[in-house]
Ligand binder design. Structure first.
Ligand code: GLC
Length: 628
C-alpha cells in the first residue's frame, strides 16, 4: 500500500525511532524469525497509517508535542458500562455534559465488543473484535462517539482482551475443526500429562465457578488452556500469527478514535512451565513490540496495563531495566487501593505508609490509574512482609479484612459480599460498592445520622487520596452518588453466580438530577464532596504525575502523610483514617511547606506555628506553601 509523501515521511522517522526496540524484543520472542516478523509488521503498520483519518493524525501531532498528556492534573477518569450508564454507545454520547460537568477527560467504557452469548465474564469473552456488541450499537456509533468525546476533550479508553478469546470466536472454531493454522493460536494438549505438570505451579483465578486451568473439549479432542472460565480460551502468543492479528486489530481500533487500550489480564499472556505463568519477562517484550508498532501507526494512543499483581511484579509493566519507558504508559495502582481499605478498617495508616514507601519509584514518564473501586472484586494483596512490618501476621490480617468487609466482624460498618472463597489458600475476596463498603448503606438503613456523616467522610477521604496521589483518578460510575450494592444481579441467570455484579449497578439518573439541588441528602453530600475534590485537583499543578507521592514517616500512625516534591514547591497531603480528631506536631508540616500554609481542599490559610495541628475525623488536607 502506497503512502502519501507526508505520511511516508512520518513512517520513516518513526520506524527509525522504534524499530531498534521492536527488534530487540523480537529477538527474545521469536529467535530466528526476526526479519520475517519485522517485514510483516511493517506491512501492517503501513496499511494502518494509510487508513488513519486526518483528524487523528492531528491528534498524533498534538500528543507528540505533549507526551505527558496522561499525567496532567486535569486528567480525571470515569469508568462505566455503556448499557448501565446510558443504554448504548449513542446514549453515552448524550450524557457527555454530565461527564464534562464532573471534569472528566478520560472515559473507560467497559467491554463493548461483541462477546459470546450467555455468560461472558462481563464482556471479557470476546467473540468478534471488529464488532460492537449488537445491543450497544455499531462501529459507526463508536466512531461517532469518539469524535464527540474528542470535541469535548475526553479520551476514550477501551478494553483489549489479549489473553483469551471466547470459545465461539472464529479462531477457536477453526481450531476445533482441526485447522492446523488456528490450532496453533491456542494451547492444547491431547492428554493430561502436560496440564498436570503445569497445574503444579498454577493458581486458580475463579476457584468457585471455574476450577483448574484446562478444559477438555470433545470436538477438538484436546485439553485447552483456559485460565479464567472454560469459555475463555487462552491464546498462544509464542506464535507470531497471534501477534500479527493483534497489531492489526489495535491499529484498526485506534483508527476508530480509541485513545487508550486497557490491556486486560496482560500478566497472563506468556506461559512457562514451573511458574505461575504470570509476569513472565516475555510479557514485557510483547508489550514493547505492540507499543512500538502503535507509536509508529498512531502515536496519540496509549497503553494501560491491567496487572493486578504484587508491587515488585508491577513496576516492569511501566518499564524497568531495558524496558524503561518502552512498555505501558499507565498501570492500576492496586496496592494503593488495597491499602486505603485496609487503613479504613484498621483506623491506621502504618501499613499503608510502610507498603507505599517500599514500592520502587515508577518511571517519571509513566502514570498511575488510581482507584477506590472498579468492576472487579478486591483481593487482599497484603504481603506477609508488609503485615510483619507492623506486627501482625499476613494470613490473620487478610482473614480479618475479609471478615471486616463482609460485615461479619463485630462493629464493622461494611456491607460486602464474599467472592471466590478458596478453601486451600484461605483467600476470600470481596465484592461491594464503595458506599456499601464504606458504611453508607448500613448507616442509611439504620437511620444513624452520625454514622452517615462518617461514611460520607470516608468516601471523600478515599477519593481525596486517589485524586491527590498523582495519576488518573478513576471515578467508578455510581460512586459519585454513593450508590449501594445492587442485589438484582441474582435475577439474571448469566450473572447470578458472580456477585461482582452487585457493584455494577444501573445509573440512577433521577438521583443524579436530585443531587444537583439536594446537597443535604447522603447522596448529595457524597456528590458535592467528590465534585469539590476533583475540581481542586484539576487546578493543582503539583499533582502532575511525574512527581511521585512519597509517604513520610510520622509520629502519628493514624495519619497517612504524603509529600510531593514538585519544582513549584512542596505539597503535603494529610489523611486521617480514623473517626476521631487526631493532632499532629506542627513541625512535620511546617518544615516542608513553611509556617504560612494554604490548605487547598478546605480553602483556608493555616498558621503552622501552632504547636499542634488538629485533623477532623476522616479529614483530607492538601497543604502548599502560602506564597505559591
Ligand atoms: C480482568 C477483568 C476481569 C476479568 C478478567 C478476565 O481482570 O478486569 O473482570 O474477569 O480480566 O478477562
Amino acid at each position: 500500500m502506497g503512502l502519501d509523501a507526508a505520511t511516508q515521511r512520518d513512517f520513516d522517522l518513526r520506524w527509525a525511532r522504534y524499530i531498534p526496540q521492536i527488534r530487540s524484543s523480537l529477538e527474545i520472542l521469536y529467535p530466528g524469525r526476526v526479519d520475517e516478523v519485522e517485514s510483516r509488521l511493517a506491512e501492517i503498520v503501513t496499511t494502518a497509517m494509510s487508513e488513519r483519518p486526518e483528524e487523528l493524525k492531528d491528534l498524533d501531532q498534538e500528543r507528540i508535542l505533549r507526551p505527558d498528556w496522561l499525567q496532567q492534573p486535569e486528567m480525571i477518569g470515569y469508568v462505566a458500562y455503556a448499557d448501565r450508564f446510558a443504554g448504548d454507545l449513542a446514549g453515552v454520547g448524550e450524557h457527555i455534559d454530565y461527564l464534562t460537568g464532573l471534569g472528566v477527560k478520560y472515559l473507560h467504557i467497559m467491554p463493548f465488543l461483541q462477546p459470546r452469548d450467555g455468560a461472558n465474564d462481563g464482556g471479557y469473552a470476546v467473540a468478534d473484535y471488529r464488532k460492537v456488541r449488537s445491543d450497544l450499537g455499531t462501529m459507526d456509533d463508536l466512531e461517532r462517539l469518539t469524535k464527540s468525546l474528542r470535541e469535548n476533550g475526553i479520551s476514550l479508553v477501551m478494553d483489549l482482551v489479549l489473553n483469551h478469546v471466547a470459545k465461539e470466536h472464529e479462531w477457536a472454531e477453526a481450531a476445533r475443526r482441526g485447522e492446523p493454522r488456528y490450532r496453533d493460536y491456542f494451547i492444547m494438549f491431547p492428554d493430561r500429562e502436560m496440564p498436570d505438570q503445569y497445574e503444579r505451579s498454577l493458581p486458580e483465578i475463579f476457584p468457585d465457578f471455574a476450577p483448574g486451568n484446562f478444559t477438555w473439549n470433545d470436538e477438538a479432542g484436546q485439553w485447552v488452556w483456559t485460565t479464567f472460565n472454560e469459555y475463555q480460551w487462552d491464546l498462544n502468543w509464542a506464535n507470531p500469527d497471534v501477534l500479527y492479528e493483534f497489531v492489526e486489530l489495535i491499529c484498526w481500533l485506534a483508527n476508530k478514535g480509541v485513545d487508550v487500550f486497557r490491556l486486560d489480564a496482560i500478566a497472563f499472556i506468556w506461559k512457562r512451565m514451573g511458574t505461575n505463568c504470570q509476569n513472565q519477562p516475555e510479557v514485557h517484550d510483547l508489550t514493547q513490540v505492540l507499543r512500538g508498532c502503535l507509536r509508529i501507526a498512531a502515536p496519540a494512543v496509549a497503553f494501560k496495563a491491567e496487572a493486578i499483581v504484587a508491587p515488585e511484579d508491577l513496576m516492569p509493566y511501566l518499564g524497568v531495566g531495558h524496558h524503561y519507558g518502552l512498555v505501558s504508559d499507565m498501570a492500576y495502582h492496586n496496592e494503593l487501593m488495597v491499602q486505603l481499605w485496609n487503613s479504613l478498617a484498621t483506623g491506621g495508616a502504618e501499613m499503608a505508609q510502610v507498603a507505599l514507601a517500599e514500592m520502587p519509584l515508577k518511571p517519571t514518564s509513566a502514570t498511575w490509574a488510581t482507584y477506590v473501586r472498579c468492576h472487579d472484586d478486591i483481593g487482599w494483596a497484603i504481603s506477609d512482609h508488609d503485615a510483619e512490618m507492623v506486627g501482625v501476621t499476613g494470613f490473620e490480617h487478610r482473614k480479618y479484612l475479609s471478615d471486616f468487609y463482609s460485615g461479619a466482624f463485630p462493629g464493622s460498618f461494611a456491607r460486602g459480599l464474599v467472592f471466590q472463597e478458596n478453601p486451600v489458600t484461605g483467600d476470600r475476596r470481596i465484592s461491594g460498592s464503595c458506599a456499601s463498603l464504606a458504611g453508607l448503606e448500613k448507616a442509611v438503613e439504620e437511620g444513624d445520622e452520625e454514622a452517615v456523616e462518617l461514611a460520607v467522610a470516608r468516601i471523600a477521604l478515599m477519593y481525596a487520596v486517589i485524586s491527590g496521589y498523582g495519576g488518573v483518578p478513576l471515578l467508578y460510575m455510581g460512586d459519585e452518588l454513593g450508590m449501594f450494592n445492587d442485589m438484582h444481579y441474582v435475577d439474571d441467570p448469566s450473572h447470578a453466580e458472580d456477585n461482582r455484579w452487585a457493584h455494577r449497578p444501573f445509573m440512577d439518573w433521577d438521583l443524579a438530577k436530585a443531587v444537583e439541588t439536594d446537597t443535604a441528602s447522603p447522596a448529595g453530600r457524597v456528590n458535592a464532596a467528590i465534585r469539590h475534590i476533583l475540581a481542586v485537583r484539576t487546578a493543582t499543578t503539583q499533582i502532575h504525575a511525574a512527581t511521585p507521592s512519597v509517604p513520610i514517616e510520622s509520629p502519628e500512625h493514624r495519619l497517612l502523610i504524603l509529600e510531593r516534591n514538585h519544582p513549584l514547591g512542596k505539597m503535603v497531603q494529610v489523611y486521617n483514617f480514623t473517626g476521631e480528631t487526631v493532632s499532629l506536631r506542627h513541625d512535620v508540616l511546617a518544615k516542608r511547606v513553611g509556617f504560612d500554609a494554604h490548605e487547598l481542599l478546605g480553602g483556608y490559610d493555616w498558621d503552622l506555628r501552632l504547636p499542634r495541628i488538629d485533623f477532623a475525623p476522616y479529614q483530607a488536607a492538601w497543604f502548599v506553601g502560602a506564597e505559591i
